[in-house]
Design a protein around this ligand. Structure first.
Ligand code: BTN
Length: 272
């Protein structure tokens, strides 16, 4: 393993014992994930580091994790608060075939829901496109970022953030966030959570290649309390208020606003 001393790659440390234990116990279910793991005590964003590794050709399944992120980011340019040791901050390199790229975030959401259920017994609610909620508060999020080579699309980095323990979040985050430990009322092993989520990701990624409708059906089941709800979304320059009816087979959110049916592909969706 190399150790670049720049903003994206500060000096690496060994993989923490709890994470290593989880990955070792689940090694037969992890597929390509975890053959190469780069771990940092502190980093800007694991997504930035993974994007650099992907650009230099590191293999699919390579993981970058950190105990703390100083510039963790979420969708829509938001900050992902990443206090030391309170959560999982992990990014994985994928090189998916083009047809499944648009469904990756939803498949990752299903994987996180599967993994959290296996590790803690808790069932999350998924909100399109990528948020996991427990008791109405956000517990996990996914940030998929595509890298481009000279000839177009080349790789995707899937960044996963999961709040495992209580932490001193900034007040605006604390009001909307929860953690697995808070919801389950006991300590939660982050290595087990990570390994469960990655083994689910390995399985759901395989399923995506052969049975994408099956992945979408499971996404709907995790999103049952969200679909049918009122949403406000930005579509291009328009702001639309309507009811989130379903997702289609491309992963777009279908919103009914009066007589109009709108496909939301990206952008901001506020659920009320
Ligand atoms: C969101 O809910 O908006 C997505 C949050 C994604 C956070 C993870 S933490 C690991 C990876 N590194 C980042 O900077 N972001 C993702």
């Amino acid at each position: 393993m190399t150790s670049h001393r720049d903003a994206a790659h500060p000096p690496q440390v060994g993989v923490p014992v709890d994470v290593l234990d989880g990955l070792t116990r689940f090694r037969h279910r992890l597929g390509m994930f975890g053959r190469a793991v780069h771990w940092y005590q502190e980093i800007g964003s694991t997504n930035d580091a993974a994007l650099l590794l992907a650009e230099r050709g590191d293999e699919e399944g390579t993981l970058v994790g950190a105990d703390l992120q100083t510039a963790g980011r979420g969708r829509q340019g938001r900050i992902w608060s990443s206090p030391r040791g309170a959560g999982l901050y992990v990014s994985a390199i994928l090189r998916p075939p083009k047809p499944v790229v648009a469904l990756l975030t939803l498949a990752a959401g299903v994987s996180i829901a599967d993994g959290i259920r296996e590790a803690s017994g808790l069932t999350v609610d998924l909100k399109w496109p990528n948020d996991a909620y427990l008791g109405g508060r956000k517990v996990a999020g996914i940030l998929a970022e595509a890298g481009t080579a000279d000839i177009g699309f080349n790789h995707v980095v899937l960044g996963i953030g999961i709040n495992v323990s209580e932490a001193s979040y900034p007040p605006e985050v604390a009001a909307r966030a929860t953690s697995l430990e808070r919801e389950v009322g006991r300590p939660v092993d982050r290595g087990l959570v990570l390994a469960s989520c990655l083994s689910a990701l390995a399985a759901r990624y395989r399923q995506l290649l052969t049975d994408a409708p099956g992945v979408l059906a499971t996404w709907r089941s995790y999103s049952a309390v969200m679909l049918g709800r009122r949403v406000e979304c930005t579509v291009g320059l328009r702001s639309v208020v309507g009811v989130a009816e379903d997702i289609d087979d491309t992963g777009a959110l279908i919103v009914r606003a009066g007589d109009e049916t709108i496909r939301v592909i990206s952008g901001e969706v506020i659920w009320s």
